[in-house]
Design a protein around this ligand. Structure first.
Ligand code: GLU
Length: 426
């Protein structure tokens, strides 16, 4: 495999949009993209900032800031989650929106890409306050959202209940129930069977393909997972079900390591009893989140936030395979270091695409008004991801590049082709 040169030195390795652009440039070069198309595809189509004033439970008024960035609607309505986090910022959301465009193109679903965020710490807010923030954000974005325009979904710290409030707020304004305006809803509000588990399940599906690629047996394979939220915890369950050994898990309280294998059901029960956190989880040794990344293991699955594998620690990673359950967990400068070490990296835009794939199924079911069984959904998910994996692998072999660049090439080509066929209005 060709050694991918590190990003130019002037790029800021901590800036997710710069990291996205570094890979985009390499792929555009392989595709021989003309400079006009290059500019078109790198520029977000729309960036909206909204203020969200709400009355807190103590009667005081607080103004939050919300963002929605639509990167592209070339291949269809834009699609992407909304995150609630104190560190949300424009550069991050811009990168996440672009990654959604590439992700939807990799799995070949008819969506563009977008992302949203609200700068807040949901742990410090009550349920009533969270509902007010969600509704005001949605109210401010009524002209942006829509089942044919821009369709939000869950992301970091947002869940089914929040999607239900978005659906209700939008529906109240347009005077009829519009379930297809948002995905990841509760089951009895039009949510798809299998949506909640889809991202974690997808992580397992692509992991099996990667293990097959390098000739690794799933039984007893040692897995370290960073993040124990909707992605990491479900992936842990799925890995246990196929007989792999999850040796480390983590969340904001730190890492938990047990070389004999962690009882995942126990960890999930413990999390439930401890306010959603793994605090003092027994049956494992306490380590740091950083140490978790450097453990001896077969698969490392970062399933939390961006930039955790970077130029400072990439050289210390001992896993054979990295499966990016999170968006942007590896910086562009780390890519080259991991390539040199011969680590197989399954990139975010393929590895965590199970979520948006089932979001697409949810949107389809909402629009036809007929609902599929979970088996049906899972079978379609399996098919979509194994086909995408094979296509990305083929691309990376064809151009002699890593799987990430293979995925970018495939995605950018699909978006550029759609753009060519649509033409430019103006
Ligand atoms: N937030 C998820 C992601 O990053 C899901 C997006 C969606 O379903 O629209 O892929």
């Amino acid at each position: 495999m060709k050694y991918v040169e590190p990003a130019p030195i002037n790029r800021n390795d901590d800036d997710p949009f710069e990291s996205m652009m570094s890979r985009f440039e390499i792929a555009a070069d392989i595709l021989g993209l003309d400079s006009g198309t290059f500019d078109y595809l790198k520029t977000p189509q729309m960036q909206v900032t909204v203020s969200i004033p709400i009355k807190l439970d103590d009667g005081t008024i607080k103004v939050f800031e919300g963002l929605r960035i639509i990167h592209s609607s070339v291949r269809g309505p834009s699609k992407g989650g909304i995150r609630f986090h104190p560190d949300v910022n424009v550069q991050e959301v811009k990168a996440l929106a672009a990654w959604m465009t590439w992700k939807c193109a990799v799995v070949n679903i008819p969506f563009g890409g977008a992302k949203g965020g609200i700068i807040c710490d949901p742990r410090k807010l009550t349920k009533v306050e969270l509902e007010k923030i969600t509704r005001r954000y949605t109210g401010n974005l009524l002209d942006v959202f829509g089942p044919e325009r821009d369709i939000p979904a869950p992301d970091v710290n947002t869940d089914e209940q929040i999607m239900g409030w978005i659906m209700d707020t939008y529906s109240m304004h347009i005077r009829h129930t519009e379930s297809a305006v948002v995905t990841g809803k509760p089951g009895n509000l039009g949510g798809s069977a299998g949506r909640r588990k889809a991202t974690g399940r997808g992580v397992r599906i692509v992991s099996e393909a990667a293990m097959e690629q390098i000739g690794l047996q799933p039984e007893g394979a040692k897995i370290s997972i960073q993040g124990f939220g909707n992605v990491g915890a479900v992936a842990a369950e799925e890995f246990s079900e196929i007989g792999a050994k999850v040796v480390a898990i983590s969340d904001v309280t730190g890492g938990y390591y047990n070389p004999a294998g962690i009882d995942i059901e126990h960890a999930i029960r413990h999390r439930k009893e401890n306010d959603g956190l793994l605090t003092d989880f027994p049956g494992a040794e306490k380590i740091s989140n950083e140490a978790l990344l450097e453990l001896e293991c077969d698969i490392l699955a970062p399933c939390a936030l961006e930039n955790v594998i970077n130029r400072k620690n990439a050289d210390k990673i001992k896993a054979k395979i990295i499966i990016e359950g999170a968006n942007g967990p590896t910086t562009a400068k780390a890519d080259a270091i991991l390539d040199k070490k011969g680590i197989l990296v399954v990139p975010d835009i393929l590895a965590n695409a199970g979520g948006v794939s089932v979001s697409y199924f949810e949107w389809v079911q909402n629009r036809i008004g007929y609902y599929w069984s979970e088996d049906d959904v899972n079978e379609r998910l399996q098919r979509i991801l194994t086909e995408a994996y094979a296509s990305v692998r083929k691309r990376s072999e064809k151009h002699n590049v890593n799987m990430r660049i293979g995925a970018y090439v495939l995605a950018i080509e699909r978006v550029a082709n759609a753009l060519k066929l649509r033409g430019i209005y103006g």
